[in-house]
Write a protein that binds this ligand. Structure first.
Ligand code: EPU
Length: 335
């Protein structure tokens, strides 16, 4: 275990933004993590780096969570319980599940980032959320170096939300996550319109979990920029949830507005649609901008500064507020 000095974090965040880390250490085991906490509590954690926008150099010790490995805890004829260490790549885990015919994460194919951060924002896509398959989250308390086990319920999962973004923020380091996956009679989730369309197009009538994963991979590839080519952090904003009264007024003006019913009084509308309406879809300012195929994604074309991307986000928020009286909430962690 070696502390490196003055390294660039460009390769450790999917936005590909360069900032300097004064001191940096990559941790490969729980033991190493505990050793670090013995002499340093004020640390800056980095994992897959897929949900952060770095706007400044980091003076704290940067701890890169690189704890790998997974194990099967128990299984019966219907289900398997798998514990996955925090540093495993999320999509590699999904592909492993599909190769084993373990169902439950196929709709979450190709999401960037690591397993350990998946519960923090409760990653979700195409009608599934990771909370649907998590049974437990194990996390190290920074102040005491003690391991805690959080049940699914105690994680207080919500839409792109959990206890780790709220009252436990900055207090715990997630070290592993346990999933309950199906071994047969998979509950396939093909409700999301575009999945059905794509399955029909491929003439697949009885899809397997691999078919669904393949379809989702191709949909994501067609809409979302590959962070290895164009820096980005996926959806930069949450989709806002507004009152049905406000929605009906909006719908009168814009009859084609897409929406999802949340409850009798609440409606979720796509932030990407709102951003498109204010004319920002595909907007490029120097070396950063808004993705041309999905307005919810801000992009770094080449060596942009985090603070410039952040300022663009503020401009978008302000314009959406002025035009629609809707407050867009930033989903990515701004550092
Ligand atoms: N839309 C537009 N213009 C745009 C983008 C979207 O009009 O530029 C409209 C689409 O036409 C569609 C609707 O918005 O009618 C929904 O679009 P899409 O299916 O692309 O999904 P989204 O609501 O924009 C959410 C998640 C994504 C996830 C997709 C698919 C959030 C914040 N984002 O996006 O998650 O992949 O649904 O389930 O909830 C992420 O979190 O990083 C992410 C990519």
């Amino acid at each position: 275990m070696e502390i490196q000095k003055n390294i660039s974090l460009k390769n450790f965040n999917t936005f590909g933004v360069h900032v300097n880390a004064k001191r940096f250490i990559s941790v490969k085991s729980l033991y190493q993590l505990k050793e670090i906490l013995k002499f340093e509590k004020d640390i800056f954690l980095i994992s897959g780096g897929s949900n952060i926008l770095l706007t400044r150099d980091i003076d704290q010790l940067v701890v890169h969570i690189n704890i790998k490995g997974l194990s099967i805890d128990k299984e019966n004829s219907d289900f398997v319980y798998v514990t996955v260490n925090a540093g495993e790549n999320w999509h590699d885990f999904v592909l492993w599940c599909i190769s084993q015919n373990y169902g439950g994460v196929e709709n979450l194919s190709l999401i960037p980032g690591n397993v350990g951060t998946s519960p923090i924002q409760n990653i979700g896509a195409y009608g599934s959320e990771v909370k649907d398959v998590i049974t437990n989250v194990t996390a190290l308390e920074i102040s005491t170096s003690k391991l805690h086990s959080f049940s699914n319920e105690s994680c207080k999962f919500g839409y792109r939300n959990s206890i780790f973004k709220n009252e436990k923020k900055g207090k715990f380091i997630i070290t592993s996550v346990t999933f309950k996956l199906s071994k047969k009679k998979h509950r396939l989730n093909t409700q999301y319109g575009i999945i059905e369309q794509e399955l029909n197009y491929r003439k697949i009538k009885e899809p397997t979990i691999k078919d669904i994963s393949d379809v989702i991979i191709s949909i994501r590839k067609s809409k979302l920029p590959d962070p290895r080519k164009i820096g980005n952090s996926g959806s930069f904003f949450k989709n806002p949830i507004i009152s049905s009264d406000q929605f009906y007024k909006l719908q009168k003006k814009h009859p084609n507005i897409p929406f999802f019913d949340i409850s009798k009084t609440q409606i979720k509308i796509p932030a990407g649609w709102l951003i498109e309406q204010i004319g920002f879809k595909g907007k490029r300012i120097d070396n950063y901008g808004v993705h041309e195929k999905q307005a919810l994604v801000l992009v770094n074309y080449d060596n942009a500064l985090g603070k410039d991307i952040y300022n663009l986000a503020i401009t978008i928020q302000k314009k959406i507020l002025d035009t629609f009286s809707i407050k867009l909430e930033i989903e990515v962690n701004i550092i």
